[in-house]
Design a protein around this ligand. Structure first.
Ligand code: ATP
Ligand code: MG
Length: 598
């Protein structure tokens, strides 16, 4: 196909509107790919729509390749199924709720687990119809609190969501692995630099779940990575899921005995360290450090049934408790502060001087006490002595105190060791582009999706749910590839294969350009033919802004019998004989475009 620039519905802008925050999004707006209709809501113009459709096609092909069958659900949905699973309320303010003319509640689908479960329940009654994989590429609605960065976090956005249905856990695991492989194929084809991270620790028996993050400083997700010598990623995990190795156990034979010491007016770690340096300087020549102290932090957990229980956590005094990690560890319980009234209810707790002596299920307080994994066996600490103005030093884990268990909540720092000896960790940011999740029987239970198994017994189906942020990918790719001159699409998703620029007004230039455009088109190449009556300079600037990976210039060098082929990514250009241009261009595109005729 030939698309004539003079006919294309596009208007490029010199300046991006001030509300476009990120460089890639600014270019998408400037190059006329999308326009904002309202916060988090965008209109797709021809160029943007082409890119979106090409990404959809990559996703569709890989989903089909793993046996997925495409369906399409409405975006406007009834309330009842979402009521049955509790999500009508649980989704909170993110759900667009609306009433029809009869006053009946509806919603705009944020994701479709309920609808798929019900459809399968309606159609399937025997294990023989399983395993089953269904997917759709469809518009979702979420009233996000902070719609951001254009397409990255929209309130209306395009998602590929798929759902697998299996008779048993082994089937679900296999379906999950197939999706994982399909996602790898998709994101590889899109040329993205991405990592796969465990979404949560699964500490409380949560199901397997992984996120695909496009590595980007503009991402909202933080993850930790350890780099191999060649710069590739040796280890990556969500902050919530990372497991910093526990220090090896230390032999306690030669350690001094625990000793209570008066430390008046030292309710904080900083004041304690200063007091230790003043009154008990170390003998090994170094100063006391916060990392020599054990800090005991109290929180209140609220269980799903509404009951409250305290939890005490011991962490090295130089580290904060990371609230995200803590939340993931105690899920489904929710963390709230341990308030003054909670202290009042436990008079044995000396605020500011809290120590392991008063904590633990075997203690007077009966408060569950867990030690962060960084507190190794045999490690020796200065910590609270459970009396105002008193601490205890040389208190050794495993010798002088024990906890009720281990917890992984200390903040992770750059330079911390990675698990499996994979080097050192540093934090990095990413854009979540995909999520795969073993749902298990939650929705099937809630909506009573059961089938007859091999033995004629009714069993509940187990499900997986898997999402790809299709419209978010347009933005993620733009952010990853754009430069100061404009967009720069990977061939797999570029709106056109070649931008052919007629740089000059002579009859010959126009004729040759027109002929080359036709030949390319006949060979199956998508050509954007810049036939406009504007200066070559304007055409070159626009070509760089639009980001078609290969630009072919038919211009002055025609006098020498050559045209120029420019590579947008490297900025390199080469002259080729007019008669070779078709062959050279096709060779360049080859591999990226299977339909091309040789
Ligand atoms: P996030 O943490 O970014 O809000 P999520 O955990 O809510 O994502 P899922 O419900 O797992 O996301 O949705 C599947 C995929 O849909 C995500 O991996 C992401 O790529 C995409 N997605 C989710 N919310 C949005 C949004 N508001 N705008 C664009 N894409 C989105
Ligand atoms: Mg979300």
């Amino acid at each position: 196909m030939i698309t004539r620039f003079s006919q294309l519905f596009v208007k490029t802008l010199r300046e991006a509107p001030s509300d476009a925050e990120l460089p890639g999004h600014r270019m998408l707006v400037r190059a006329g790919y999308v326009r904002r209709a309202a916060p988090g809501i965008h209109s797709w113009l021809p160029l943007g729509w082409r890119v979106l459709k090409r990404i959809e096609q990559v996703v569709r092909e890989e989903m089909t390749a793993i046996g997925g069958q495409e369906v399409h659900f409405p975006g406007l949905l009834p309330r009842e199924p979402y009521e049955a699973t509790g999500r009508w309320t649980e989704y909170g303010d993110n759900l667009f709720r609306l009433k029809d003319r009869r006053g009946i509640d509806h919603l705009l689908g944020p994701t479709h687990e309920e609808m798929f479960t019900l459809l399968v329940k309606d159609q399937v009654s025997s294990y023989k119809a399983l395993p089953l994989t269904l997917f759709q590429i469809q518009t979702k609605y979420r009233d996000e609190a902070r719609p951001r960065a254009g397409l990255l976090r929209g309130r209306e956005f395009v998602m590929k969501d798929s759902y697998t249905f299996d008779i048993d856990d082994a089937g679900l695991e296999a379906a999950y692995q197939r999706h994982r492989a399909a996602y790898i194929a998709i994101f590889d084809r899109l040329g993205l630099d991405y990592v796969i991270v465990r979404a949560t620790s699964g500490a409380m028996g949560g199901s397997a779940s992984e996120e695909f993050l496009a590595v980007s400083e503009h991402g909202e997700d933080t993850f930790v990575r350890a780099d191999a010598a060649d710069g590739s990623i040796a280890y990556a995990a969500n902050v919530e899921a990372v497991r910093i190795p526990t220090p090896a156990p230390v032999d306690t034979d030669d350690l001094p005995a625990a000793q209570r010491i008066p430390t008046s007016n030292t309710p904080t770690i900083a004041t304690l360290v200063a007091e230790l340096d003043r009154s008990r300087p170390r003998t090994d020549g170094r100063a006391w450090a916060a990392s020599d102290t054990l800090k005991n932090v109290l929180v209140t957990l609220i269980d799903p049934d509404g009951s409250r229980r305290p939890l005490a956590i011991g962490v090295p005094g130089d580290r904060e408790v990371d609230l995200k990690r803590l939340a993931a560890e105690v899920e489904p319980a929710v963390v709230t502060p341990f308030g003054d009234e909670d202290f009042a209810a436990h008079p044995v707790l000396a605020k500011g001087y809290l120590g392991p002596g008063a904590l633990g299920l075997g203690s007077v307080s009966k408060i569950e006490y867990r030690l962060d994994a960084l507190v190794g066996l045999g490690s020796s600490w200065v910590t609270g002595a459970d009396a105002d103005g008193e601490h205890v030093m040389h208190l050794v884990n495993g010798r002088d105190f024990t906890a009720d268990g281990v917890i992984h909540v200390a903040e992770v720092r750059d330079g911390d060791p990675a698990p499996d000896g994979a080097g050192t960790l540093r934090t990095a940011r990413g854009i979540e582009i995909g999520h795969i999740f073993q749902l298990g029987r939650k929705y099937a239970d809630a909506l009573d999706l059961r089938v007859l198994d091999r033995n004629g017994k009714q069993v509940t189906v187990t499900m997986g749910s898997y999402g790809v942020g299709v419209s978010r990918l347009v933005a993620a790719i733009a952010e990853a590839t754009c430069d100061e001159r404009g967009l720069l699409w990977p061939r797999a998703v570029a709106p056109f294969d070649v931008q052919l620029v007629a740089a000059g007004k002579t009859e010959e230039i126009l004729t040759v350009a027109q002929r080359l455009a036709q030949e390319l088109s006949d060979a199956g190449v998508e050509v954007l033919f810049d036939d406009r009556a504007v200066s070559p300079g304007v055409k070159f600037t626009d070509a760089e802004l639009l980001g078609v990976p290969t630009i072919c210039v038919v211009g002055r060098s025609l006098a020498d019998g050559t045209v120029e082929i420019r590579d947008r990514a490297s900025g390199t250009a080469r002259d080729v004989a007019v008669d070779d241009a078709l062959g050279e261009l096709i060779a360049e595109l080859h591999g990226a475009h299977p339909d091309l005729i040789d």
